[in-house]
Design a protein around this ligand. Sequence first.
Ligand code: SF4
Length: 237
Amino acid sequence: MTKGRLHSIETFGAVDGPGIRTVFFLQGCPARCAYCHNPDSWKVDGGRDVEVEELVHRAKRGSAYYGKEGGVTFSGGEPLLQGEFLLEAIKAIKAEGYHVAIDTSGTYLDEHSEAAIAAADMVLLDIKHVDPVEFENLTGRTQEKLFPLIEIINRLEKPVWIRQVIMPGYNDTEEYIASLNEFLQQIKTIEKVELLGYHAMAVKKYNKLGMEYRLKDMKPMNKARLQELKKLTYMCK
Ligand code: SF4
């Protein structure tokens, strides 16, 4: 059996897909998002070894709380970076009857990605920025993988929840929301769009790790303004 690398596990997760979920944060990410909450998930050789069996066991343990909607989410890091392990883990967890979501940043794809997405019930797709230049500034990666990923999602007709972080003085404008709305029209299976207000809770983690936090002067997103923008956003409930 393939071994994976695990960053952490969250039980009773309520913000990573429908219902209450067990969230497996897989280790390793090719992106370097300026606001990343888990910079300790970046290195592929960080975290610890994990086997599919352990994840199935943990998924079962949380299952009393899943109800009709909940289940398991693979997040990261970037879960598609461990595509072979991800696919095995999804199949094993699906075999137990649980709903599975993949939370991806759209910054990585390889020969295992499509099979993993096909095996999952849904995708949570983070749109880092619709503009290619800003996307690269924010993540350190190009949009090169994003469009093939969207093509796969469309072809497989996988339900998608879109997530977009809104940052004050950066993309908290009507213009940005209009360009986001336009961008999203190419994804055929969107069920919901979530706007997430930027907050600076990651700063302490960067300090602790001795890493520089690029957004140290950015204030948390104003809640009232975020509500206004939500009203203008496609499929945002
Ligand atoms: S994709 Fe996610 S884990 Fe990777 S750097 Fe960005 S926010 Fe962090």
